[in-house]
Unconditional design. Structure first.
Length: 525
C-alpha cells in the first residue's frame, strides 16, 4: 500500500512516525520490554517527575493560591508507547536520539491546593494524554564501557498534552475559574522544567559535566516598535492593544508592553532583553492582546520568529504578520502586523575572541590635542551604540539631521486628482516639530528640505512623520509612519524608504544622519 492508502485507512493523525517519515525506525522490541519492566520504571519515573515538577508548580502558582503540593504521584499501570526512533545530526563527540512518544495513561496524581482564604482542596489529575518527542544525548564519547560519560534527556517537542481535573468528592466546575488556572499552571510547569533547552543530566562515568548544564549563550535585544491594522475586538471604539513577548514562558521572563488605548495602529517603542540558551531550537513568541480592564484580555493574534538564522551583532528590522487560529477548523487568519527590531549578542567565547574593534586609518602626521579629543569622542560612537543598552539606564544624546527628500504615489484628494502635500516631523519624547513647504498639485512631490533635532535620549525616542494635504478649510492626513533611531545610531547615515500607514497608498523618502554632541572641551572653541 502507498502512504495515501495507509492514511485513508488509519486516519492522518494516527499513522506512526516511522511510516510517515522513513528516517524514523520502528521500535516494537523497546515497547515490549518497557511493558515488562514498567512497574519498576513507574516508581523511578514518578519520583523523578515529582521532584522536578513540584518546585516549578510552586513558582507558577497564581496569587490566589498559597501552596501547590503533590499528595500522590504515580504514572499508573499503562506504559508509554514509542512510535519511532531516529538519529539526529550531532556535533563531534556526541550521539543524539529522538523518540516519538505516545501515552494515554491512567495516572494517580492528586494535588493539594491551598487557597489564600478557605480550606485545602484535593484535586485529581485524570485521563492524561500525551504525544511528543523525547530527546536523549550521549556525551561525551569515551573509550571505556559503555562508551559515553553521561546521558542528557529532555522533551524536544510537545504535540499534545491533555488531562482532566476533578476535585476529590466534588466537581472542579463547582469552583469557577479554578480548572483553567490549574490547567495553565500545570502545563506551564511541565514546559518550563522539561522542554528543551531544559535538560537533566545523568552521569554514567564519574567526571565533570558542568559544560552540559543549561547556560546562557547569548542575549537577544528586541524593540517592539509598533503594530498596524490590528483586528478590532471591541464593538464600540477601537481595541486597547498590548503585546507579550517571551522565549521561555517562565513567569519572570515574559515581557509586556504598555497598553495603547483605542488604537489599531499602536506605537510602543519599548525595548526588552531576553536570555538565549539554545539558538538552534528556540524562538521568540509575540502575542498581541486587547486589554479588557477588569476582565481577562482577549488574544488578537500571535506570531513567532526562529532564532537560528540570527547573526551576532547584525541588526534586523522586520514586520511580521500575526495570526489567530480557529480551534475548530485549524485555519489561520491574519489579524495585523507587528514591527520589531532585533539584535543578537553572542556570548560564545570563540565569537568574542574573533571580534576586533575598528581602527583608525594609519597616518604619518601626529595628532594635535584638539584632534585627539575629537578622535576619542568619535571612536566611542563608532563602537555599536546599541550595545550600551546592556547597561541599565544608558542614554545617548546628539543631533538628528533629517532631510525630507520626496514622496511617491500619494493619495489624490482634490477634484483634479492631485494633492498639495506637506510633511510634519515630530520627535516623540520632546514633541519638537518641523514643517516642510507645501508642494502644490503633485502626487510625487520633492521637498529636499533639511532639519536638525536635538535628541536627549536617542535609544528611546522616535521620529514621527505625518503627510497632510493643505487646504484652506480642512487638513487631510495622507499617511503617517514612525522611525526609531536604532539604525541611524548604528550606521551614522542612511536613506529610508517607508510605506505610509493610514492612507490608500504612498511612500516617503528620508535621509537620516546622526551627529554626536561636541565634547565639553570643544563647545566654546
Amino acid at each position: 500500500m502507498s502512504l495515501i492508502d495507509v492514511k485513508r485507512i488509519f486516519g492522518k493523525n494516527t499513522v506512526p512516525n516511522w511510516i510517515i517519515f522513513p528516517r524514523w525506525e520502528k521500535v516494537s522490541w523497546l515497547n515490549q520490554e518497557l511493558k515488562r519492566i514498567w512497574p519498576y520504571v513507574d516508581q523511578a519515573a514518578s519520583l523523578l517527575l515529582k521532584t522536578i515538577l513540584e518546585p516549578t508548580l510552586e513558582q507558577y502558582k497564581p496569587a490566589s493560591i498559597s501552596a501547590l503540593k503533590f499528595e500522590k504521584f504515580t504514572l499508573g499501570t499503562v506504559a508509554p508507547h514509542f512510535a519511532g526512533i531516529r538519529f539526529v545530526k550531532a556535533s563531534k563527540g556526541e550521539i543524539i536520539l529522538e523518540l516519538s512518544l505516545q501515552w494515554d495513561g491512567n495516572p494517580n496524581v492528586v494535588l493539594t491546593v491551598e487557597p489564600i482564604a478557605g480550606v485545602s482542596l484535593p484535586v485529581q489529575v485524570k485521563d492524561a494524554a500525551f504525544t511528543g518527542k523525547f530527546r536523549l544525548m550521549f556525551k561525551p564519547l569515551v573509550d571505556e564501557i559503555p562508551g559515553f560519560g553521561a546521558v542528557v534527556y529532555s522533551l524536544q517537542e510537545i504535540e499534545k498534552f491533555d488531562f482532566r481535573l476533578k476535585i476529590v468528592g466534588s466537581e472542579v466546575t463547582s469552583f469557577p475559574g479554578l480548572d483553567g488556572v490549574l490547567e495553565d499552571t500545570i502545563k506551564a510547569a511541565v514546559e518550563d522544567s522539561m522542554l528543551w533547552p531544559c535538560r537533566k543530566i545523568i552521569p554514567i562515568i564519574p567526571g565533570d559535566y558542568s559544560d552540559l548544564e543549561l547556560r546562557v549563550v547569548g542575549i537577544l535585544e528586541v524593540k517592539v516598535v509598533q503594530a498596524k491594522e490590528l483586528k478590532n475586538k471591541d464593538l464600540l471604539g477601537k481595541s486597547d492593544p498590548f503585546a507579550k513577548l517571551y522565549i521561555r514562558k517562565v513567569a519572570d521572563r515574559v515581557k509586556k508592553t504598555k497598553t495603547i488605548n483605542n488604537d489599531t495602529d499602536p506605537i510602543w517603542n519599548e525595548h526588552f532583553k531576553f536570555e538565549v540558551e539554545d539558538l538552534a531550537s528556540q524562538r521568540l513568541i509575540i502575542e498581541v492582546y486587547d486589554d479588557e480592564g477588569l476582565q481577562l484580555p482577549q488574544l488578537i493574534g500571535s506570531t513567532s520568529r526562529e532564532l537560528k538564522d540570527l547573526k551576532p551583532e547584525a541588526y534586523e528590522d522586520l514586520w511580521i504578520p500575526i495570526y489567530k487560529e480557529s480551534k475548530k477548523t485549524q485555519a489561520r487568519t491574519v489579524r495585523g502586523e507587528v514591527h520589531l527590531e532585533l539584535i543578537y549578542h553572542s556570548l560564545d567565547e570563540d565569537f568574542l575572541v574573533n571580534q576586533s574593534l575598528p581602527s583608525m586609518a594609519p597616518t604619518s602626521m601626529p595628532l594635535t590635542s584638539v584632534e585627539k579629543i575629537i578622535t576619542s569622542n568619535m571612536n566611542s560612537v563608532k563602537q555599536s551604540p546599541y550595545k550600551s543598552l546592556m547597561r541599565e539606564g544608558a542614554v545617548i544624546r546628539g543631533i538628528l539631521q533629517v532631510t525630507v527628500l520626496r514622496g511617491e504615489n500619494l493619495t489624490a484628494t482634490d477634484f483634479n486628482q492631485q494633492c498639495d502635500a506637506y510633511v510634519v516631523l515630530r520627535m516623540k519624547k520632546s514633541d519638537a516639530r518641523k514643517i516642510t513647504k507645501v508642494i502644490p498639485k503633485n502626487l510625487n512631490p520633492e521637498w529636499n528640505q533639511h532639519f536638525d533635532f536635538m535628541v536627549e535620549d536617542a535609544l528611546h525616542d522616535m521620529l514621527l512623520v505625518d503627510i497632510f494635504d493643505h487646504d484652506t478649510f480642512t487638513e487631510k492626513r495622507l499617511g503617517k509612519c514612525a522611525l526609531t533611531l536604532t539604525r541611524v545610531l548604528r550606521e551614522g547615515d542612511y536613506e529610508a524608504s517607508v510605506q505610509l500607514l493610514g492612507g490608500q497608498s504612498g511612500q516617503i523618502f528620508l535621509r537620516l544622519k546622526w551627529l554626536p554632541p561636541l565634547p565639553p572641551d570643544l563647545q566654546y572653541l
